[in-house]
Design a protein around this ligand. Structure first.
Ligand SMILES: Cc1cc2nc3c(=O)[nH]c(=O)nc-3n(C[C@H](O)[C@H](O)[C@H](O)COP(=O)(O)O)c2cc1C
Length: 159
């Protein structure tokens, strides 16, 4: 295989940019993610790729819920804020207005839309990211705006 072509082709997959909220007991965290897609209408399921060595995955394995916050086109700085690992920068949600959702996972007040999931399955034995399959149990769409995409940011995550 041409490794450069593999990288280029995989990076052409269109993606959104999201802030995923997680909880473990009273501890909250959130991180920027892009590997997300819907995988069922009934029940409404989404699949999310999460780095196997991340603290957020550990929190998801524990409380088995997460939120997905969609950002508007002008909210790249918010996505940038949540890229930093909690282990390095500490409490990322401290200065970002948020509330506990129905599941207890943090929902950002400034999200243009959000949904919350209960974890139904965690898979991907062979990969370096776990595939977390969640059922959407709550949602809101307070702002009628187009969502931020990976292409808007000029960033890459994939290849
Ligand atoms: C553009 C971009 C997209 C990302 N997408 C994902 C993703 O889909 N899944 C993931 O696990 N990490 C993704 N990351 C990395 C996490 O945001 C990063 O590892 C973060 O530090 C994890 O936060 P935590 O350590 O507080 O759990 C992405 C990073 C960037 C810059």
């Amino acid at each position: 295989m041409d490794l450069q072509a593999k990288k280029t082709a995989l990076r052409k997959i269109p993606h959104g940019v999201y802030v995923v909220g997680v909880k473990q007991g009273t501890q909250l965290n959130a991180f920027t993610a892009t590997w997300l897609t819907q995988v069922s209408f009934t029940p409404p399921l989404v699949a999310l790729g999460i780095k196997k060595d991340s603290h957020s995955l550990e929190m998801i394995r524990s409380d088995r819920v997460f939120s997905v916050n969609l950002l508007g086109k002008s909210q790249k700085p918010l996505a940038e804020h949540f890229v930093k690992p909690a282990s390095v920068v500490g409490e990322k949600l401290k200065d970002v207005p948020h509330r506990p959702g129905k599941t207890g996972a943090p929902v950002l007040e400034e999200a243009i839309a959000y949904f919350e999931c209960e974890v139904r399955e965690i898979a991907n034995e062979h990969g370096d990211h776990a595939v977390v399959i969640g059922e959407v149990v709550e949602a809101g769409a307070p702002k009628d705006e187009p969502a931020l995409t990976l292409m808007d940011t000029g960033w890459h995550y994939g290849g």
